[in-house]
Design a protein around this ligand. Structure first.
Ligand SMILES: Cc1cc2nc3c(=O)[nH]c(=O)nc-3n(C[C@H](O)[C@H](O)[C@H](O)COP(=O)(O)OP(=O)(O)OC[C@H]3O[C@@H](n4cnc5c(N)ncnc54)[C@H](O)[C@@H]3O)c2cc1C
Length: 499
C-alpha cells in the first residue's frame, strides 16, 4: 500500500503522542462495493490494525456483478457510474484506474409515450427539462397533460414536509401525466418503486430545493443556473472491463493487508468488555466460529444489518428492518447487427408502468458504450416493469425473455431472435428510500452513537449509487479510525491475529 502510516497525531484534534497498545482488530462485514471501499480505506490509512473482511457469499462485489455474453463482458447489476462527489475520483486515483473511465457514445434517452418512442429533452436535473417548450416539442405529454403542467406557473407555492413523496409534489404541481410519463419512469427505474413511495428529499433533492426556493417549479428550472460543465456531456461513465473490474482491483489492492474470508456469514454480534464478538457460520463448517473485534463496519443490506444489531441496538435494528427492498431482474441480449432496421440513436428507452408492458427499461449497451459495440453486434440490457416483476417469480427465465422479446418487437421493431440471453435475478435489489428516509437514518446513527465500536456503510443510508456506496464505505472507515484513536488504540505497525 502506498498510503503513509497513520499515527494518532495524523488525525485532526488527536494528541501528538501514540499509545502503545496491541494492534486493534477491525472487521468489515460484507464484501460489496461499500465493504470493499471501507476495507481499502482502512488498509491505506489504518496500518498497524489487523483487518478482516467477512463475506457471506463465495464472491466479492455484491450487486456489482458481470457475466460473459459471447465476446462481451456485461454488467448485470450496476453498469454506469454517475461522476459526482469526490469519493469515486479519489478511489479511482488511489487504484490508478482514472484512465480506465469510459464516457458513453450516446447519452440521450427516449420515453415510450403515446404509442411511440420520444426523446426526453435534456434537463439540468436529469428528470425535468428546462421549461415546457422542449416538453411540447417532444410530444411526451398530450396537449391536455401539458396544459395541466402549466398550472404550476400560476399555483401558489407548495409547502413540503420531510415526509413528502415525489408523487405528492409533482402530482400537485405538474399533474398526473408529468408524474407518470417523466418522473415515474426515470426515478422508478433507478429506485424500483413508484414515486408515491419515494422520499422527495432523498430521491429528488434538486427538485425539493427548487420547490423550497421558488413558488413555481417551472420558473425555478428556468432560473436555475446550470453547474459549470453541465450540458457539455453525460456525467455517466463506466470502466473498461465493466464495473466488476473495480471490485477486482479493490480485492487485489487489499489482498496483502486484509484477510478476506469468503463463505463466511456473520450471524450475530454481541458486545463484550473490550469490543464486540462476532459469531460466523462458514460454508461447510459444522460449528459456528467466534471472532473478537475492536471495531466492526457493517456493510450489508439493511435487513441483514437489522438482524446483526438486534441484540445490541434493538431500536436501530427496528428502524433498519422497516426499510423495504425492491426486487430486480436484468436480461442481457445479444443480436446480429441487423436485428433492428435502424441503429439506435440513444442510450436506450424507458417504458412507463401505464403502458402495461413487461419491459420497464432497455439500455442499448452496444450504442452506449463503444467498447461493447466495437464488433457490430447489437447488445441490450433490459429490466422488467414493476408489474411484470410481481409475476416473474413464477416464470422461468425463458418465459421472461419471451415476454421481453414480444415488447421489443412491438416497441422498436426487433426482427431477429437473440444469439444469446442471460438473466440475473436480485431478490433484495434496492432499498426503498421512503418518505422521511433521512430522518430515519439520522435516528439510526444517533442510536448507534452509544456503540462506538460500530460503524455502518451501504446503499441503505445516504445514496444507492455505487459512487455513494464508495463514499459511505470510506466514511465508515474514517469514523472507525477516529473512534479507535479516541479510545487510545494505536494504529502503528503491529502484528497480532484475530483473537
Ligand atoms: C440491477 C441493479 C442495477 C443497478 N445499476 C446501478 C448503476 O448502473 N449505477 C449505480 O451506481 N448503481 C446501480 N445499482 C445500485 C448499486 O449496484 C448498489 O446500490 C451497490 O452495489 C450496493 O453495494 P453495497 O456494498 O452497499 O451492497 P451489496 O452489493 O448488497 O453488498 C453487500 C454484501 O454483503 C454480503 N452480506 C450480506 N449479509 C452478510 C452477512 N451476514 N455476513 C457477511 N456478508 C454478508 C452480501 O453477500 C453482499 O456481498 C444497481 C443495483 C441493481 C440491483
Amino acid at each position: 500500500m502506498s498510503a503513509p502510516e497513520l499515527t494518532r497525531s495524523g488525525l485532526p484534534g488527536a494528541p501528538a503522542t501514540t499509545a502503545s497498545l496491541d494492534a486493534p482488530h477491525i472487521v468489515v462485514v460484507g464484501g460489496g462495493v461499500s465493504g470493499l471501499a471501507a476495507a481499502h480505506r482502512l488498509a491505506g490509512a489504518g496500518r498497524g490494525a489487523t483487518l478482516t473482511l467477512l463475506e457471506a457469499s463465495n464472491r466479492l462485489g455484491g450487486k456489482v456483478t458481470s457475466a460473459q455474453l459471447g465476446p462481451h463482458r456485461i454488467d448485470l447489476g450496476a453498469e454506469s457510474l454517475m461522476v459526482r462527489g469526490p469519493a469515486l475520483g479519489e478511489l479511482l486515483a488511489e487504484l490508478d484506474l482514472e484512465q480506465n473511465l469510459l464516457a458513453p457514445a450516446h447519452a440521450g434517452i427516449h420515453v415510450y409515450a403515446r404509442g411511440a418512442l420520444r426523446e426526453l429533452p435534456p434537463g439540468i436535473l436529469g428528470a425535468l427539462p428546462d421549461g415546457l417548450l422542449p416538453l411540447l416539442r417532444a410530444g411526451i405529454l398530450s396537449p391536455a397533460g401539458l396544459a395541466r403542467a402549466t398550472f404550476d406557473l400560476l399555483a401558489p407555492r407548495s409547502s413540503i414536509d420531510p415526509d413528502c413523496s415525489v408523487a405528492a409534489l409533482i402530482g400537485r404541481r405538474l399533474g398526473r401525466q408529468a408524474l407518470e410519463r417523466l418522473f415515474d419512469p426515470l426515478l422508478g427505474t433507478i429506485y424500483g418503486a413508484p414515486c408515491s413511495e419515494l422520499s422527495l428529499h432523498a430521491c429528488a433533492p434538486q427538485i425539493a430545493a427548487l420547490a423550497r426556493e421558488h413558488r413555481s417549479l417551472t420558473r425555478g428550472l428556468l432560473a436555475a443556473k446550470r453547474p459549470p460543465g453541465a450540458g457539455a456531456g453525460s456525467p455517466l461513465r463506466t470502466l473498461a472491463g465493466g464495473l466488476e473490474s473495480l471490485v477486482r482491483h479493490l480485492h487485489e489492492r487489499i489482498a496483502g493487508d486484509v484477510e478476506v474470508r469468503l463463505g463466511a456469514a456473520v450471524t450475530e454480534i454481541a458486545r463484550e468488555r473490550d469490543g464486540l464478538r462476532l459469531t460466523l457460520q462458514r460454508d461447510g463448517a459444522r460449528a459456528p466460529e467466534s471472532v473478537h473485534a475492536d471495531h466492526v463496519v457493517i456493510a450489508t443490506p439493511a435487513p441483514e444489518a437489522a438482524r446483526l444489531l438486534a441484540a445490541i441496538a434493538p431500536e436501530a435494528s427496528a428502524e433498519l428492518r422497516a426499510i423495504r427492498y425492491t426486487r430486480a431482474l436484468s436480461v442481457a441480449l445479444r443480436f446480429d447487427p441487423d436485428a433492428l432496421a435502424r441503429q439506435p440513436t440513444s442510450s436506450g428507452f424507458l417504458v412507463p408502468e401505464q403502458a402495461g408492458r413487461t419491459l420497464g427499461a432497455c439500455t442499448y449497451l452496444s450504442a452506449k458504450w463503444p467498447h461493447i459495440g466495437a464488433d457490430g453486434e447489437l447488445v441490450m440490457r433490459c429490466s422488467l416493469s414493476r408489474r411484470a416483476l410481481l409475476r416473474a417469480d413464477e416464470q422461468s427465465d425463458r418465459e421472461v425473455v419471451e415476454a421481453l422479446l414480444g415488447d421489443l418487437r412491438a416497441i422498436i421493431g426487433l426482427r431477429a431472435a437473440p444469439r444469446q440471453s442471460l438473466v440475473a435475478r436480485f431478490a433484495a435489489a434496492t432499498p426503498i428510500y421512503a418518505p422521511a428516509h433521512h430522518e430515519r437514518i439520522a435516528r439510526v446513527r444517533a442510536q448507534l452513537d452509544a456503540i462506538p465500536e460500530l460503524a455502518l456503510a451501504g446503499a441503505a443510508y445516504e445514496g444507492i449509487g455505487v459512487p455513494q456506496c464508495i463514499a459511505s464505505g470510506r466514511a465508515a472507515a474514517e469514523q472507525t479510525l477516529a473512534r479507535l484513536h479516541q479510545r487510545g488504540r494505536s494504529l502503528r505497525q503491529g502484528a497480532g491475529n484475530p483473537r
